[in-house]
Design a protein. Sequence first.
Length: 45
Amino acid sequence: MDQTEALLKKWKHPDPYRPPTAPGGSKYERNLQAPILDPPPHMDL
């Protein structure tokens, strides 16, 4: 098992594939909804 893990680590691709929507992907957390904010307080002028 240790030999296999060592081989996998040795032959690991330097730029592994990541699904676009996964952490580290090109589309991760894009187009998130804007946070819901309270409206500004009313001002009497």
